[in-house]
Design a protein around this ligand. Structure first.
Ligand code: BGC
Length: 659
């Protein structure tokens, strides 16, 4: 798997070089090729005229001083180059520890699937992260490095960690306290590898599930998102105003992506919200801003800007949204980070102009993953020619430093005892139990037909010889979905965990007989069928679909046909067929509904597949409810919220049966 990622990375780097632009979104374990090339192109060293004065650490290194005094004392000693370096966030795969000590980057990220070159265990990560963190302390001022990853459903890049249900499942679970515990467990697994920041949670409220990021969002309703988003932030960071807030067991959360991503035309990722700015402002006021207000209230200190545009203007260059609304009306004093190379999508004709637009709009920290050197050079030129003011730079850097002080980075001991203790908890039973509970609660029972006075699930429980059909029944990668080990996720045994069929086996065997068939064939002796179907893994734009493609995978469609034929052939049309849907969003399931006696929406449950069996066969009942309106035909998605649309809706938001 690794090898494929690497070949892909090299090809991508080549493609970028040939196209002469760095605009493409390149999440994967890049091996530094792109960064190397930039350096070889000779953009000159920025370290040439660096000040050599010895740092006066008396105030800023003193935890007894208040944060603002520390920020001020440090800022006053920084050269322009040092300030600009704080404002950039390269990808770890494109830099060395020496780069960190030489340039003094403010932050580093590992994008989706970007594991250390040494391997993908938690130990490999801890070593790499701490190597870079230690390098930052070698700089003149010794400003600690802020390391960020996308822990969007657990510390999901790292092999062997616990993968929790994606947010769409947590929303369905309807238990904010559980969402909080999930985030807290994830925070521990992140902190265990030395990372202090997660780019989560996503606070969008998708209106159109054709969007490939629907599963990253809790609900279509912003009020619900506000509740679960706040709970998630509380879990990641610890409760504001208590001792645990941003302590060594917690991580900084990031409210993303600001704002409007769920409203793009046709659900296109990074697309346009076709409204005037005035209309959009009204939309925000109507409640779409509320998840952000709730997040700020919860003490979130970082916000990531969204790739989407409003009326053709990218959010990253929308001063009104970032400066007037987020930093102005909402009073946000933390740091604003741009999304992955998003600056390169701005309207400016040159990279330099795009950077100017970004800082002018209010971006503080620039996730310019492989073009960091170019970024620093251009930002410096912008200041020298007067297009960016010293005040703008100071404001951005103050925000970055403020968050670092608040998060205790200046007091952090690299690889401290707590970190080592947490490392032992990675992928452990305690966290797996929380994930299993989350799976149980996230399941939504959509159909449970009664026949001869018995529900389909009762008949399943009475069965003695169960046939499990479909490849997704034993596909750990598919049940985890995107953002798992690799950016896009992958089918197969990509990490450690329990598949749905293993979970069922553990519950029913040896009392019942259990057999499995990928193709959907049943045997004469079977008296119940469980069929697992759905979507394969995807992330971001790769998950965008046309309305007619919003259905179960082609393989699963073929399998369902076989199953139907096989049931008929065996004269087994009256045995209960229980369908489990593994998908990141509502799919077009209407044509199959009559073939299923029961239907369970399991979303993307993650590594703890036993949670499904717990409810199917155990003493637990279904409690999950839909947070999304489910249309009969995705062609009618646009009418989802229209009045008098009842006949187009298959299952309304809020729907969910019990046994
Ligand atoms: C995504 C962000 C993510 C970032 C860093 C981008 O492609 O839009 O959600 O945090 O990559 O991996």
């Amino acid at each position: 798997m690794k090898k494929r990622v690497r070949i892909y990375a090299v090809l991508l780097a080549l493609a970028l070089l040939l196209s002469g632009c760095g605009n493409a979104q390149t999440q994967t374990g890049m091996d530094g090729t792109a960064g190397q090339t930039e350096r070889e192109n000779g953009q000159g060293s920025l370290a040439d005229d660096r000040e050599t004065a010895e740092a006066d650490k008396s105030v800023y290194m003193d935890p007894a001083q208040d944060v603002e005094s520390r920020v001020e004392a440090l800022l006053a000693q920084m050269t322009l180059e040092e300030k600009i370096a704080q404002m950039v966030q390269p990808e770890q795969a494109g830099i060395t520890a020496e780069d960190v000590s030489e340039y003094g980057f403010g932050s580093v990220l590992s994008g989706g699937g970007s594991a250390p070159s040494t391997g993908n265990s938690a130990q490999d990560w801890q070593q790499r992260v701490n190597e870079l963190k230690a390098a930052a302390l070698q700089t003149r001022l010794g400003i600690p490095l802020l390391y960020g990853v996308d822990a969007v459903h657990g510390n999901n890049n790292v092999f062997g960690t616990v993968i929790f249900p994606h947010n769409i499942g947590l929303g369905a679970a309807g238990d904010p306290e559980l969402t909080e515990r999930v985030a807290q467990a994830a925070a521990e697994e992140v902190r265990a590898i030395g990372v202090q920041w997660t780019f989560a949670p996503t606070l969008g409220n998708p209106q159109n599930e054709r969007w490939g990021r629907t599963y990253e969002c809790f609900s279509e309703d912003p009020q619900e998102v506000a509740v679960y988003g706040a709970a998630s932030i509380r879990g990641f960071q610890g409760e504001l105003g208590t001792e645990e807030y941003l302590d060594e067991k917690h991580v900084l959360a990031c409210a993303k992506h600001f704002i409007g991503e769920g409203y793009t035309t046709d659900g296109i990722n990074q697309g346009d919200v076709a409204m005037t700015q005035e209309e959009f402002d009204l939309l925000l006021e109507s409640g779409v801003i509320d998840p952000y207000a709730a997040a700020l209230n919860e003490g979130v200190r970082t916000v990531m800007i969204s790739f989407n545009s409003v009326d053709g203007v990218k959010c990253h260059e929308n001063r009104h949204l970032i400066r007037d609304i987020l930093k102005g009306e909402l009073g946000f004093t933390g740091l604003v980070v741009s999304d992955y190379n998003a600056i390169q999508q701005l309207s400016g004709a040159t990279y330099k102009e795009q950077i100017r637009q970004g800082i002018d709009a209010g971006v503080d920290l620039f996730m310019e993953v492989y073009s960091w050197q170019d970024f620093m050079k251009n930002m410096k030129a912008l200041v020298e020619e007067g297009s960016v003011s010293a005040e703008q730079i100071d404001d951005a850097v103050s925000r970055i430093l403020r968050v670092k002080f608040e998060a205790g980075l200046f007091e952090e001991t690299i690889g401290a005892e707590t970190e080592q203790a947490l490392l032992k908890k990675v992928g452990g039973e305690e966290h797996r139990e929380i994930a299993r509970e989350a799976v149980r609660k996230s399941l939504v029972l959509l159909k449970n037909e009664t026949q001869d006075g018995k529900s389909a699930l009762e008949r399943l429980n009475a069965a003695e010889n169960i046939r499990v059909c479909g490849q997704k029944a034993y596909d750990l990668g598919s049940q985890c979905g995107g953002w798992t080990i690799s950016w896009q996720g992958m089918s197969g045994k990509t990490t450690q965990g329990t598949t749905i069929i293993d979970g069922i086996a553990a519950q029913v065997m040896p009392e019942k007989k259990l057999s499995h068939d990928v193709k959907g064939e049943v045997l004469e002796e079977n008296d119940a069928v469980i069929v697992v179907i759905g979507e394969g893994p995807y992330a971001e734009t790769d998950g965008d679909r046309t309305a007619d493609a919003l259905k179960v995978s082609a393989d699963d469609a073929v399998m369902l046909e076989n199953l139907k034929a096989s049931l008929k052939e065996q004269g087994k049309q009256d045995i209960p067929v229980i369908a489990i849907l593994i998908a990141g969003r509502p799919l077009n399931i209407t044509e199959y509904l009559d073939d299923f006696d029961a239907l369970i929406m399991a979303w993307l449950p993650g590594t703890e597949g036993e949670g499904v069996a717990d409810v199917l066969f155990g003493e637990y009942d279904f409690t999950g409810k839909l947070q999304y309106t489910w249309m009969k035909d995705p062609a009618d998605i646009e009418d989802k919220f229209a009045e008098g649309n009842e006949d187009k809706v298959l299952f309304p938001a809020g729907f969910g049966l019990s046994k």
